[in-house]
Design a protein. Structure first.
Length: 349
């Protein structure tokens, strides 16, 4: 990943204007990369003397509650005092982190769109970003938005500007978006960045335990139920899907983030090529898609579920019943296979 010197210089010039009012926003159902990149970037900007508000559309997973600075993140859905809306209306700059389209903000999107004067800066690693950003650091080949933020900090101020709290939250994003450094986009530059974060004093086992070994009993039991009772295989056992209705999630005291990683599990089966998770919400069904090797679920999500994402990790939505959604998925997989898009999946290297 090579940063544009011209773009970095433009960003530097903008940030050198003193005392700006800044809002940092990230996508609905914020994950470790969304939260980590936002918190690290906020600390950088506050260190320059800017006023910064971080906002997310809805609650982040409970296993991220420990992250330094997370108490200052405004959850738009629960913001009865209107702090986020006021901050957005008054913002001189709006940074959009870890998403490629304002539609990913869902309930927050209209509020952001209403401010037509603030400078909008995109920092993201998803495919096909929307137009309309004044400055875009879009690198789909990057493993995480946290890695892009790390590189920006390095380019603007030098790696020595990274504090221990910044290092911790940046590592969380790098770790979670790579499946604990097991997925694609694992470059020498990424591991050099991790080495710097370790030099800053992060304790890798503690950060891993804070994220991956901090689930509730209900989540563990829900996972067992989903795998044993709900996982279905099609296409001669090479494609999987599972679904969860609201009443099933309530049975296991579901909390935001409890289904994290469920969709990945089917890919531990040797000949599996593609996996889907359908999660029922009040007004729609959220679709999560994962794949191996050359199977492009970004293409699948865009074609069949009005979504998108990465080649091996994407998502979308369905606005029909669960039964209809699953039937549509099965038909779509069959069509996808007939067109050759489910050819021999190669193991990730």
């Amino acid at each position: 990943m090579k940063l544009s010197t011209e773009q970095v210089d433009r960003l530097r010039g903008v940030l050198e204007r003193p005392g700006q009012r800044v809002v940092i926003v990230s996508h609905t159902n914020p994950d470790g990369d969304a939260v980590g990149s936002s918190l690290a970037w906020a600390e950088v900007l506050r260190g320059m003397g800017h006023s910064v508000v971080c906002a997310v559309p809805n609650k982040y997973p409970y296993f991220l509650d420990w992250m330094p600075g997370i108490d200052e993140v405004v959850i738009f859905k629960n913001d009865t005092e209107g702090r986020a809306a006021r901050a957005v209306a008054e913002a001189d700059m709006i940074f959009c982190l870890d998403f490629n389209s304002l539609s990913r903000l869902e309930i927050l999107s209209d509020t952001i769109a209403a401010n037509t004067t603030a400078l909008r800066v995109l920092i993201d690693h998803h495919l096909s970003p929307d137009e309309g950003f004044d400055l875009a650091f879009s690198y789909p080949g990057a493993s995480s938005t946290c890695y892009i933020v790390y590189r920006l900090i390095e380019a603007l101020f030098g790696a020595e500007a990274i504090t221990l709290p910044m290092a911790e939250v940046l590592y969380v994003g790098m770790m979670t978006d790579t499946g604990n450094f097991a997925f694609s986009s694992l470059t020498p530059g990424l591991f050099r960045a991790v080495a710097v974060l370790v030099e800053r004093g992060i304790h890798v086992p503690t950060l891993y335990n804070n994220v991956y070994n901090a689930y509730t009993e209900g989540r563990a039991r829900l996972f067992g139920y989903a795998i044993n009772r709900k996982m279905q295989l099609i296409e001669d056992g090479t494609v999987a899907y599972m679904s969860l209705m609201e009443n099933e999630m309530r049975r296991f005291r579901f909390q935001q983030g409890d289904s994290e990683g469920f969709v990945n599990y089917a890919l531990t089966i040797k000949k599996m090529k593609m996996s889907a998770m359908f999660l029922a919400h009040r007004k729609f069904i959220r679709v999560s898609l994962r794949s191996r090797g050359d199977v492009d679920v970004n293409l699948f999500a865009r074609r069949y579920f009005d979504g998108g994402g990465h080649k091996n990790a994407a998502g979308g939505k369905s606005f029909v019943s669960m039964e209809e959604t699953i039937a549509h998925y099965i038909r779509s997989v069959r069509e996808f296979a007939e067109e050759g898009y489910l050819g021999d999946a190669k193991s990730e290297k």
